[in-house]
Structures are given as C-alpha cells and as structure tokens.
Design a protein around this ligand. Structure first.
Ligand SMILES: Cc1ncc(C[n+]2csc(CCOP(=O)(O)OP(=O)(O)O)c2C)c(N)n1
Length: 373
C-alpha cells in the first residue's frame, strides 16, 4: 500500500520549493498574540534562570532565550488534534501550547502540581491533554517516538500531524536516519523541525556535520526540506503551517530547518563563552532578537506603545504568580518517586522500598525477588 501511495505522489510533492507556494497559511498569525507568548516565554525563562541560581530548581535547566520566535511560530501552526514532541530545551513549547506557567514552574521546582507531577523536571515537561507528548532528554530520542505517534494517528484514521522539534546536534544520531526513513517509506504525517542554533553544546554545526545545511538532508529521504529565518515569527509560522497542512492532508513528512540562536549557554551551568565570542552573541542580541523584531513590526503597523507595555506587564505578573504557585506546591514524597516510571505497580512498590531511609533495604528486596522467581 505504501508503494502505491508513493507512485501516485505528484511530482510537485517531491519538490521542496513547491510546498510553501502551494499552501498559503490557513490561519494567518496574530502577531500581537505571538508577541504575548514570546514575552511570557522570555520572562519565564529569565525567572527560571534566577531560581536555578538560587537552587530552587534542581537537575538540568536548558534555556531557549533567543529562540522564542522559532518556538511560538511553529506551535501556532498546530491544530488542537496535532501532537508535539520536543528535545529537552522545552519550556517555551509547553507555554506556547497553552500549559499554564504555574504548572511549568512547579515542574521545574519538582513539585506535585507540576505538569509531569514533579517527576520530570525541566527536560521532561508533559501535557498530553494539549497533545504535548514530552520534552525528551536523550538527544534524538524523541524522533522515533514522534514517527510512531504519527503511525498511530494514521492507523486510527485521524487527520492529524506531528511536530517533532530537535536540535542540530540530533541530526547525526542514528535515530534521525531511522525515523526519517520510516516516516518517508510509510508516508507518515510528521514534520521534523530542526532548531539550528549553531551549536550542540560547544560543537559547531560545521564541526559535526558533513552537510551543515541540514534541510538539504531531507533529499536523502525524498521529502521536502526547507530553511527559514527562525528569528521571524511570521516566517516560521508560514513555513510550519504549510508543511503541517501538507502532512495532515497528504501524509507528507518534511524537514523544516529553523535558523535561530541561543543567547545563553547550553544550560544554566554553562557560561557559553568558551566556544564563541562575545561579539557574536552581542550581534544576535542587538540585531536579531525575535522579540525586538516583532515589536518593531507591530509599532510600524500602528500598535500603540501602551499596548506593548501592557504585554510585558501581564507576562511579568503571570511569571510572578507561577513562582508563588510553585513555591506553595508540595514536594512529592520519596516513596512515590517511582510512580509513573513502571507500568507494573508492584515494581514501583519494590523500588520504593529501596529508597534511602526506607524500612526494607536493597538486599531484602533482592532476596524477595529471587524467592518469587
Ligand atoms: C544520546 C545523548 N548523547 C549525549 C547527550 C548529552 N547532550 C545533551 S544536549 C547535547 C547537545 C545537543 O545539541 P543540539 O541537538 O544541537 O541541541 P541544542 O542544545 O542546540 O538545543 C548533548 C551532547 C544526550 N543527552 N543524549
């Protein structure tokens, strides 16, 4: 059946440049609403950075300050039935998809009211009700899962698409090849959005990739591949919208390379200065800041400055409320740590008994397991 589908595919379906032209955005982007989302994400992450440095947030914390247009533009192109999977740099995705700032901040704090019940932390945000099937901490780990989610959608006869975000570092993992190959062979409705911020930790794209123009790699899988300016929220939205429509309607998988930049280090623990110059960062901050670019466009379109001030004020209020909420949310108790990890509750129970301070020690649990075997 897959063969028949491939044969009946029109010639234009194989020409990447024809895709955007053939599909004008279904719903034009509301730029003011996009700026609201971007501002919330920026202020939220600045606050997360402060809270991390105060040790209120544990584990890892990867900020995407500078990448807000890429995130908001892509997520705004999703429809309610679509699914979203991302890498670990994921706070903005949850917020843009509609998860409350409270639930995201509580997750960063590791609290019960977090969107993953405090078990996931910054890298593993989750909101299945909104089709957000996770931030994933293993580089490229989300790709095969996204392809599987798209296959499940097809099997159920749903008219949906999957947006799978990944970093430029993920395109050299085996999972990239497996996931894109199967997506193409089975014609699955998944758009792989590569957020190319120039670096995988401290390694540049050129150092890691034989073909650094990542969208061109789509040709190896005979799927469309496009590159877009990731600092321009309208451009990202238009490109993502076209490819997602095409995924939903024609089951056409695609690669969208979104050119962006992270203004902070790889994680809060990385100063981000060892492998790039201050001038480079300054250049992006002063000339290519996505919030400033959207603000300029809105002012040019006649939106009053007062209205833009209100956007920043309201976002700050939401962030402050999120911190207060997270602070007041209870800590999960240690003996429930394995909940949601194992499908079998008995395994969770055994795990709980191994927790520090638990009445039964590891040796006893092992003995019980051996007896049961
Ligand atoms: C399989 C695997 N190898 C290594 C790591 C450690 N690691 C975490 S992030 C990262 C760099 C990924 O860079 P990229 O995909 O470009 O994403 P970005 O950080 O730029 O958003 C690495 C090597 C990991 N999490 N998973």
């Amino acid at each position: 059946m897959a063969t028949t589908r491939r044969r009946t595919q029109s010639r234009s379906a194989r020409r990447p440049d024809a895709v955007a032209a053939a599909h004008a955005p279904q719903r034009p982007l509301d730029l003011l609403a996009a700026l609201r989302d971007m501002t919330l994400i920026r202020l939220f992450e600045q606050e997360a950075e402060r809270q991390y440095k105060r040790a209120r947030i544990g584990g890892y914390c990867h900020l995407a300050i500078g990448q807000e247009a890429a995130t908001v533009g892509a997520v705004a192109a999703l429809q309610p039935q679509d699914k979203l999977l991302t890498s670990y740099r994921s706070h903005g995705f949850a917020l843009a998809r509609g998860t409350s700032p409270q639930a995201v901040m509580a997750e960063l704090f590791g609290r019960e009211d977090g969107c993953a019940a405090g078990r996931g932390g910054s890298m593993h945000l989750l909101d299945p009700d909104r089709g957000y099937l996770g931030g994933w901490g293993i580089v490229a780990g989300q790709l095969p899962i996204a392809t599987g989610v798209a296959l499940a959608g097809v099997k159920r006869g749903e008219k949906m698409a999957v947006l799978c975000e990944l970093g430029d570092g993920a395109v050299n993992m085996g999972a990239w090849h497996e996931a894109l190959n199967l997506a193409a062979v089975w014609r699955l409705p998944v758009v792989f959005a590569v957020f190319n911020n120039g670096y995988g930790m401290g390694t540049t794209v050129d150092q890691a990739s034989a073909e650094p123009e990542i969208h061109k790699r789509a040709a190896a899988f005979r799927m469309p591949g496009e590159r877009v300016d990731g600092q321009d929220v309208e451009a990202v939205h238009a490109a993502a919208d076209a490819l997602l429509q095409r995924a939903r309607e024609d089951r056409q998988p695609a690669v969208l390379e979104v050119m962006t930049y992270r203004l902070r280090g790889h994680s809060v623990a990385d100063a981000g200065t060892a492998y790039r110059t201050k001038d480079e960062v300054e250049e992006w901050a002063s000339k290519r800041d996505p919030l400033a670019l959207a603000t300029q466009k809105l002012l040019a379109a006649g939106v009053a400055e007062g209205e833009l001030d209100a956007v920043a004020r309201e976002a700050q209020e939401a962030v402050d409320a999120a911190v207060a909420f997270a602070d007041a949310s209870p800590q999960p108790s240690v003996d429930t740590l394995a909940e949601f990890v194992y499908g079998d509750p008995r395994t969770a129970e055994q795990f709980a008994r191994m927790a520090p301070g638990a009445p039964a020690g590891e040796a006893q649990v092992i003995a019980q397991l051996q007896q049961a075997a």
